[in-house]
Design a binder for this molecule. Sequence first.
Ligand SMILES: N[C@@H](CC=O)C(=O)O
Length: 347
Amino acid sequence: MVGQRFVQLLDQHPWFEVTAIAASKNSAGKTYEESVQGRWKMAGPIPEPVKTIVVQDASQVEEFASQVDFIFCAVDMSKDQIKALEEAYAKTGTPVISNNSAHRWTPDVPMVIPEINPDHIGVIEAQRKRLGTKTGFIAVKPNCSIQSYVPALHALLDFKPEKVVASTYQAISGAGKNFTDWPEMLDNVIPYIGGEEEKSEQEPLRIWGSLQNGEIVKASSPLITTQCIRVPVTDGHLATVFVSFENKPSKEEIITRWREFKGRPQELGLPSAPQQFITYFEEENRPQTKLDRDIERGMGVSVGRLREDSIYDYKFVGLSHNTLRGAAGGAVLIAELLKAEGYIQAK
Ligand SMILES: N[C@@H](CC=O)C(=O)O
């Protein structure tokens, strides 16, 4: 599903053009249209320019890499296989922008939300030395779930958040499914998503980490605990969040920080950057998954229901589109940042 989102988002992209597609040996030799026959899950049609591209075998690394300037990677393989595949591509001198989790904790691989930690791309120099390449590297995006609460907390870092409790209500597209292929999800909630709580608790600390001696060292605060729940919606991960600060801000200060927050993508005017990264809703019944997930073409984050709490300082609700901001859209924005900063160039 993330691969399909990439194809859809890159259609008519002002900087990037899909020139080659690779997958497993099973799909190799088919046209892209044939390879997704009966499995196309996006709302619009398959973009015309990619329909006739003949899918290649991703394990033919040198041959495939020689045809492209950089690669977006979203694959379903074991972690070790993904690590090896992405490193093999990077060693050919080809940048790899990955949606996969395999390299999220490799010390010299940047895991980036472009509005939050664009400086982490500086670690690429150390990675290139390790891999023995002047131009190749791997950069990854974090798990989709954290994008529903990390941006809102990031805008408040000056007030030193100490403890965070977040529960995520995650769409079925996060599992690569729709209601046709997952009928069990109709009229149902499943209180378990394998590995999701660990990612949701730990990955924010790496995003807030710092670049030291050629690696990213994770932050030690705030303490974060989560519960991640699968709910019957197509797209959009919503989070309910409780937070306590060392220096408690006023409600007005929080809302001002959210509304005024801008990052490097907004400064650079990157093509996929939302104009307004964080939108605060005053209405009591917003954000709603169905109404608000597509805000800023699915690249914005919505927050609402900010109020004081009787145990923590505040509670609020956050929402982000899991396959746009949280997956393919987030990766395209990383690629735009890397191109604007000179890390991706035409070969
Ligand atoms: N693991 C997530 C997908 C986001 O990357 C989910 O299952 O929703």
